[in-house]
Ligand binder design. Structure first.
Ligand SMILES: NC(=O)c1ccc[n+]([C@@H]2O[C@H](COP(=O)([O-])OP(=O)(O)OC[C@H]3O[C@@H](n4cnc5c(N)ncnc54)[C@H](OP(=O)(O)O)[C@@H]3O)[C@@H](O)[C@H]2O)c1
Length: 277
């Protein structure tokens, strides 16, 4: 029987928004698994800091950090071209870049609604198209030679891809659309281009865009009450699922979304839980 293989040696991964929060941890985990990694985001200071962090202790030439606005198709095409110029190919895309907006739905302005869709939905869509075009140019992967796994996309969804939370209507709509995109591509692209498409749905992980909401006030406390594991997640815990999904070990997993949420999604109503003495 062939042994399980989580090794990404020889593969090139792009992690959008890989300059902070979950994306930086995903980029580090892909490097640890042997891939060469390109990260990108809008702010030059974050792009520079990510290069420094990710390069530390790594072989020269294993990291690229570039400016990228996923909401801008020209920027997406330029970034993918830069990855190919630097590393010669692409194998893995993690659509992680994203933004949040919490306010009462009646107060959401059209421009805010559209901007969030531009980043959270159209961004992954543009990236997936640019990535797939490059995969097609490289040719369909030989399953045996690549150790299985082939080309792979992971979309970073959310618990709001499945269920509703108050006052994040636009965000939830974008993440619901991203899950639908994951399933659509997963039906079309494996047999045409050898690309598997999956998703992870992180639970609640304190990061730049949500730290204030999670760590102050009532909402964070109530989230913890509905999380059987009684804590927030860490970026590394999300990264583990992403590495698994793009690895040869997951070569028959396609169109799936892994919830990494300490059980939040399966929680109904329980008695208030006292810690075990
Ligand atoms: N943290 C959680 O609890 C949680 C839960 C569920 C889902 N998620 C999802 O996980 C992903 C990462 O979130 P995070 O919590 O790590 O947030 P974060 O710390 O705010 O990081 C977001 C990253 O995306 C980049 N970014 C934002 N807009 C971009 C754009 N237009 N083009 C390129 N890069 C862009 C940011 O860099 P720049 O500012 O430099 O562009 C930053 O590096 C998001 O898709 C989010 O929706 C997070």
């Amino acid at each position: 029987m062939a042994s399980l293989n989580f090794d990404l040696t020889g593969k090139v991964a792009i992690v959008t928004g890989g300059t902070g929060g979950l994306g930086l941890a995903i980029a580090e985990a892909m490097l640890d698994a042997g891939a060469k990694v390109a990260v990108g985001s809008r702010k030059p200071e974050k792009v520079a800091a990510a290069l420094e962090t990710l390069s530390e202790g790594r072989p020269e030439g294993s990291v690229l950090s570039t400016q990228l606005d996923v909401a801008d198709r020209a920027s997406v095409d330029a970034a993918v071209a830069k990855v190919v110029e630097t590393f010669g190919r692409v194998d893995i895309l993690v659509n992680n870049a994203g933004a949040n907006l919490k306010k009462p739905t009646l107060d959401v302005e059209e421009a805010e609604h559209k901007q969030l869709f531009d980043i959270n939905y159209f961004g992954p869509f543009y990236m997936a198209q640019a990535f797939a075009r490059q995969c097609i140019a490289q040719g369909k992967p030989d399953e045996d030679a690549s150790g299985g796994g082939g080309y792979s996309i992971v979309n970073v969804c959310s618990v709001t891809s499945f269920l509703a939370l108050s006052e994040v209507t636009t965000y939830a709509a974008t993440k619901g659309a991203l899950l639908a995109l994951t399933r659509q591509l997963a039906v079309e692209w494996p047999r045409l281009y050898g690309i598997r498409i999956n998703a992870v749905a992180p639970g609640f992980v304190p990061a730049e865009q949500n730290r204030k909401i999670l760590e102050s006030g009532d909402r964070g406390r109530r989230i913890l009450e509905c999380t059987p594991m009684q804590r927030f997640g860490t970026a590394e815990e999300i990264a583990g699922a992403a590495v698994f999904l793009v690895s040869p070990a997951a070569r028959f997993i396609n169109g799936e979304c892994i919830n990494v949420d300490g059980g939040f999604m399966i929680h109904g109503v329980s008695d208030s839980m006292k810690p075990i003495e």
